[in-house]
Design a protein around this ligand. Structure first.
Ligand code: AMP
Length: 323
């Protein structure tokens, strides 16, 4: 088809699956040509940006993108601009063949996997910055992180020209920032939030969970348990933000953990809730698991709408089932 860097995924070339093997594109120009060709054919396009090391959480985004669009594209790019100098950029897991296999299973049409030089060629000078909502939660702990996220997501969205792009509610602040950015800059792509996929015991799936070796995996369970305890109290009728926070704080204290932050914020503006929860509110936490120094983030949205209530009930059930 004329793309200079289309690499087939070796693992997947079998008679029956060959039709579903995604194209692998590594050059910006090839990605652009691919998108143009799909658009000329009148196909809708769904886009899922990731840093790879895919798991079932990413797969749910990919399945949704494939189900809702004629063409679906996954990007795999570990973005150096969103890692601080002392963070895990170098050791971030890279599992590309397995990622393409997961993409194939999810019905993905193409995978865009550029190098750092391809994304940020010499002379790259542009950054995208969203104010205020980037200053709280993870933004307060990771200076410059969301500038890196906004820059790479803008670049990827401009290349993909997708009808819809899919982001996980797992990274709730990121989703809120990207929605804000696309609204402010009149980006034509619709941003779709997808619920967090969890392990059977409630731990949110994350590429970083593989750092949780030995008893740190059990320690990490305090994170979903704390959120579930507050969620249960909310579903039982508690609306005081202080009481809800205290429920979660008690679980962390019992596990001898000190969260980097544990905040209850308006689900849209991300402003701190004072007093009662009267609109959907996000209870968000970041916790470094000691010994393995693995930083986990997680959240729940406390809302009375059926959509939120069913997610809260699911989390409560999971944390109780293996309690
Ligand atoms: P990452 O590769 O970690 O940057 O994640 C890529 C996308 O997958 C982001 O939109 C994440 O929010 C989303 N994601 C990561 N983990 C999960 C999960 N457990 N459930 C749903 N979406 C997720």
């Amino acid at each position: 088809m004329g793309y200079s860097t289309i690499l087939p995924c070796k693992r997947l070339i079998s008679e029956d699956k060959a039709m579903r093997t995604p194209l692998v594109l590594t050059r910006r120009s090839d990605f652009r040509d691919f998108v143009s060709a799909e658009k000329k054919k009148g196909r809708t396009l769904g886009f899922v940006p990731t840093m790879g090391a895919l798991h079932e959480g990413h797969a749910s985004l990919l399945r949704k993108a494939s189900a809702e669009n004629a063409t679906s594209v996954l990007s795999v790019f570990v973005n150096p601009k969103q890692f601080g100098p002392n963070e895990d950029f170098a050791r971030y897991p890279r599992t590309f063949d397995a990622d393409v296999a997961i993409a194939a299973e999810a019905g993905v049409t193409a995978v865009y996997a550029p190098t750092v030089e391809e994304m940020y060629p010499a002379g790259f000078k542009t950054g995208v910055k969203v104010s205020t909502i980037t200053d709280v939660l993870c933004g307060a702990m990771r200076p410059g992180h969301f500038d890196g996220v906004c820059t790479v997501v803008t670049l990827l969205l401009n290349l993909a020209r997708a009808d819809k792009a899919y982001f996980g509610m797992k990274d709730y602040q990121q989703l809120a920032i990207i929605k804000q950015m696309c609204r402010d800059l009149a980006h034509p792509t619709e941003i779709v939030g997808v619920p967090t996929i969890r392990e059977p015991d409630g731990l949110a799936m994350s590429s970083r969970n593989r750092y949780l070796v030995g008893d740190s995996r059990q320690v990490a369970k305090a994170v979903p348990t704390a959120l579930a305890t507050a969620a249960k109290s909310f579903l039982d009728g508690e609306t005081s933000s202080e009481n809800l926070l205290n429920k979660a704080r008690a679980i962390f204290a019992a596990a001898a953990l000190t969260p980097q932050y544990l905040d209850l914020r308006d689900a849209e503006s991300l402003e701190l809730i004072q007093g009662k929860v009267e609109r959907p509110a996000v209870l968000a936490v970041a916790q470094i698991i000691p010994k393995v120094e693995c930083r986990l983030i997680d959240n729940v949205v406390l809302g009375k709408e059926e959509f939120y209530k069913s997610l809260l009930s699911d989390l409560i059930r999971r944390t109780q089932s293996e309690g």
